[in-house]
Design a protein around this ligand. Structure first.
Ligand code: PMT
Length: 415
């Protein structure tokens, strides 16, 4: 993945930069930290060294690597981030001052630059700072935050650095993850379905919806119009995503089938019930007088199977396989039988992975027999890998781009 040069200046929020860097490393980015001298008084370079596994650069003439370090850092960067960015650093950037390693790197880089300002609210609202920020914005520098709230100095107002996750989200957006699915409409299913037994009980499963929501969120980052058909979950819907709430497998089938035709890609991450009670009792099933209870279950519709039959040329179908053993052989059989283009197989018995975890470990199988085994990673990262696989497949299809383009044009004109 991309190389991020992460600048840290001397604001109290420097401690939050450690978490932002950790999140980036976890996402698979190569992170090179550059600290100003003031920043080293707030957080030790060793902390960043431990988190990134890379040397930390602090001074112009004390090189940790190549002789002209600001130039090599500036060239290696796919993105330069400064978080926190003090009023002083913003002023230097706006006026082209280059008197330390970070400011010289910023002046030398051709990569996109993102700053996360952090300072006292009066400093932030000072006309000088505001003018410097407008100069930077006009030059194409990306700015995230600041947020409003209580400051370390005891005052309240606009000047707090945004939270680490927000910095990471902005980085992904700036890095063009927002471009790869631009113009495409994608449908994602998430969560488990519930099959009612009576007005108070249902048959359900352990799906939290996190995998599907991560897919919806990252598709949005990558520029797609996203429809998320979701079983009941406690999760907040990702911003900018159209959410359709369903309860049963039959509801999910209906909502997916009615929207599928307009979509370029469908990803079925939902844990759809395979069986539903043959009879749904209108009244609560009473315990009194019963020795036991036998339920008769009937199969639910196989949504993915139906979609495979109904697909139009050019549509890409991604299925999931939740297995409890013999992962690969079952997944190979499933990709053959279901007729999907890509199958994401996960072992749901593995601790810290699968149901309800923020992490997942999966093997991505392709219809041409290729298989990519991935490490345990955050669900968002796995989601990005899945979308990258989809994009690669779209590009390798004969006339694939043309098909997509036509469908995209249609999607945009009906928007
Ligand atoms: O929601 P989380 O807590 O984040 O957990 C994520 C997950 C474990 C649910 C997810 O990673 C996952 O594996 N989802 C698929 C679960 C599943 O139903 O797998 P399956 O092997 O039983 O089904 C195979 C495929 O057929 C799936 O894409 C499923 O959506 C689809 N299916 C299943 C039954 C049915 N009646 N219709 C279907 O379309």
């Amino acid at each position: 993945m991309a190389c991020i040069v992460f600048g840290v200046t001397g604001g109290i929020a420097a401690y939050k930069a450690v978490e932002a860097v950790r999140l980036l490393v976890q996402r698979g980015f190569e992170v090179r930290v550059v600290m100003t001298e003031h920043a080293t008084r707030l957080v030790g370079p060793d902390t960043f060294r431990a988190v990134t596994g890379n040397p930390v650069s602090t001074r112009l003439f004390e090189t940790t690597g190549p002789a002209i370090e600001h130039i090599s850092l500036a060239r290696a960067a796919d993105l330069v981030v400064v978080a926190p960015a003090t009023a002083n650093l913003l002023a230097k950037m706006a006026h082209g001052l280059a008197d330390d390693l970070l400011s010289t790197t910023l002046l030398a880089t051709r990569a996109p630059v993102l700053v996360a300002p952090a300072m006292n609210p009066d400093m932030f609202n000072h006309p000088a700072t505001q003018e410097n920020l407008s100069i930077l914005r006009r030059r194409g520098v990306h700015v995230v935050g600041p947020a409003k709230g209580a400051m370390a100095c005891g005052e309240e107002g606009e000047g707090r650095m945004v939270e680490p996750q927000e910095i990471v989200d902005k980085i992904l957006e700036v890095l063009g993850l927002g471009q790869k699915l631009i113009g495409h409409r994608v449908l994602v299913t998430a969560g488990g379905t519930r099959e009612p037994l009576d007005p108070v009980r249902f048959l359900g499963n352990r799906s939290s919806g996190k995998m599907g929501y991560a897919l919806a969120e990252t598709a949005r980052w990558m520029g797609a119009k996203v429809i998320l058909v979701s079983g009941p979950t406690a999760l907040e819907p990702p911003p900018g995503v159209e959410v359709v709430r369903v309860e049963t497998a039959e509801d999910m089938r209906r909502e997916v089938l009615s929207r599928y035709g307009d979509c370029s890609v469908l990803v079925m991450a939902a844990a759809v019930a395979d069986f539903t009670p043959a009879v749904r009792s209108e009244d609560k099933i009473r315990r009194a007088g019963k020795e036991g209870l036998t339920l008769e279950l009937v199969p639910t519709p196989d949504i993915l199977g139906e979609l495979c039959e109904a697909r139009r040329p050019g549509q890409i179908l991604v299925g999931f396989a939740a297995e409890t053993g013999d992962l690969l052989s079952r997944a190979r059989e499933k990709i053959r039988k279901k007729g999907v283009d890509i199958l994401v197989a996960n072992d749901v018995t593995r601790p810290g992975s699968g149901f309800d975890s923020d992490y997942n470990q999966a093997v991505i199988l392709f219809r041409d027999g290729r298989e990519t085994e991935l490490d345990l990673m955050p669900k968002r990262d796995l989601a990005v890998r899945i979308w990258e696989a989809v994009v690669e497949m779209m590009r390798s299809e004969p006339n694939g781009e043309g098909n997509w383009q036509r469908r995209n044009d249609q999607a945009q004109t009906t928007e």
